[in-house]
Design a protein around this ligand. Structure first.
Ligand code: GLN
Length: 476
């Protein structure tokens, strides 16, 4: 089990910057030095060093003038490179956006900056967030902090690994089918997927608009909750955003009397025995701490992965049609005509997995196959939502592993897209139903981290964070 040098809490850093005990500049330099020292892991695609340093100087002068900077005063962070942000290109780990400079920033970045946080780098991902390992990045895979021969998980693998390595106290990712929770589990950090619509998607490169959500990675639930508190709420620029709860900050945590449903379907054949041992031990500890754990069944979970891999490619094929080499991103100046220009830009600009999804997506949406695939998948999605709602009448939360195994070897699944898709089997249901879900470190199988996944009904994010804080405090 590797131990990394981690940061003090966000609140402590901000308090020290505000009181003058340290400076924002020192914090930014500390992060940039750590990033420089960790290049072997390929977690970061670019730093925003110049802009970060000038923002730090601004914050330091505000502090000198006696001004209140905010809850994130001088706290450095990293965002997945599908967030539009100033200071470095926004590539989505693709060649088609390789030199794309964002004309505006994502709402999430703006909100954090408004409270004094400082973006220091953009992290690696599977190209356009299509993947479970970061191996689909156009710029090479990231590596797992606990074993450099293994993947960090994906698609937000760079952000998860960055927090595990202690490059910054927190980082941002996106989760369309598990891309925050899976790498959190593989890297041994917390990864939080909020209720669909709780965090604005404005300014984030779209993957599948009906399941995309943004969320944080951190080393403690208190920090995770603080970041969510800064991000959550309605945004006039994203019509799918919803009303927030009063606060997400953690004031107390207790497992006593919490009614938790153990999802039977997550404990079937595909679950690795060592992972199961770790999860079972956590559940036993939760019971000993007063949680009421009962087994529940959600039969349509067995269809969730198939549903996901019809609906998501359909949305992907539509969302990626805007990259046509004409308006922004890679273009093909040698093309003879317009059609060839589209073809060349998309041929060179997309990775193999992006193309696979465009093909599957356009196929399931085509007039001859729409009813057989797309419509049927939507029908099963509704059935899944109904089954989750029914179970939530009897329990307040659901629990299971985050992933069927620990981090796999680099290269192990690259030639087998179906094996890669199977990795998402435990995470996609929360996206299809829009419920909040969090992966909390539960222990180790050998030298590799294992995450436990906790879920709650839509909009019960504050309650879920409180439960997660209870789990975080359990002995392993
Ligand atoms: N691994 C899943 C996929 O490839 C999830 C991706 C994500 O959440 N961005 O679709």
């Amino acid at each position: 089990m590797k131990v990394f040098e981690l940061w003090p809490s966000i609140a402590e850093i901000a308090e020290q910057v505000q009181s003058g005990a340290t400076t924002a500049t020192e914090q930014v330099e500390k992060a940039l030095t750590a990033i420089e020292a960790a290049t072997d892991y390929n977690t970061v695609l670019a730093t925003t060093s110049e802009r970060a340093r000038s923002r730090a100087a601004e914050i330091d002068s505000l502090v000198k003038d006696g001004k209140e900077v905010g809850r994130f005063a001088g706290v450095p962070f990293i965002a997945k490179d599908n967030y539009l942000a100033f200071g470095a290109p926004t590539t989505a780990a693709s060649h088609i956006l390789e030199n794309f400079e964002a004309p505006y920033q994502a709402t999430a970045i703006e909100k954090l900056e408004a409270e004094g946080a400082i973006l220091v780098a953009k992290s690696n991902l599977d190209s356009f967030a299509h993947g479970s390992s970061t191996e689909n990045s156009a710029f090479g895979p990231s590596k797992n902090p606990h074993d450099i021969t293994r993947v960090p998980g994906g698609s937000s693998g760079g952000s998860a690994a960055a927090v595990a390595l202690g490059l910054t106290p927190f980082a941002l990712g996106t989760d369309t089918g598990g891309s925050i929770r899976l790498p959190a589990s593989y890297c041994g950090v917390i990864g939080y997927k909020p209720t669909y619509g709780l965090v604005s998607r404005y300014g984030v490169v779209a993957m599948a608009s009906s399941t995309d959500v943004l969320g944080p990675f951190a080393n403690t639930i208190v920090d995770t909750a603080l970041v969510l508190d800064a991000l959550a709420g309605r945004d006039p620029f994203d019509g799918t955003t919803i009303e927030r709860q009063a606060t997400y900050e953690i004031t107390h945590s207790s497992l006593k009397g919490k009614k938790v449903g153990l999802v039977k379907e997550f404990f079937g054949e595909g679950l690795d025995a060592e992972v199961r041992t770790v999860i079972d031990a956590k559940i036993a500890a939760a019971k000993a701490a007063g949680a009421e754990v009962i087994e529940v069944s959600i039969p349509s979970i067995s269809l969730a992965l198939a549903v996901y891999y019809v609906l998501v490619p359909a949305e992907v094929s539509s969302n990626l049609s805007r990259y046509d080499g004409q308006r922004y991103g890679l273009s093909a100046p040698t093309a003879k005509d317009l059609n060839e220009s589209y073809e060349l830009a998309r041929e060179e600009g997309f990775e193999a997995e992006n193309k696979r999804r465009i093909l599957i997506g356009t196929y399931v949406l085509s007039s001859g196959y729409y009813d057989a695939y797309y419509k049927k998948a939507q029908t099963v999605r509704t059935k899944l939502i109904n089954e989750f709602n029914a179970v939530f009448k009897n329990v307040d939360f659901l629990i299971g592993p985050t992933a069927p195994s620990t981090a796999f070897k680099l290269g192990e699944n690259v030639d087998d897209p179906l094996a890669m898709y199977l990795v998402d089997i435990m995470t996609v249901s929360a996206n299809l139903t829009g419920i909040p879900s969090v992966s909390v470190p539960a222990g180790f199988a050998g030298n590799l981290p294992v995450g436990i996944q906790l879920m709650a009904p839509q909009t019960k994010d504050a309650e879920l964070l409180e439960l997660a804080a209870g789990f975080e405090g359990l002995p392993s």
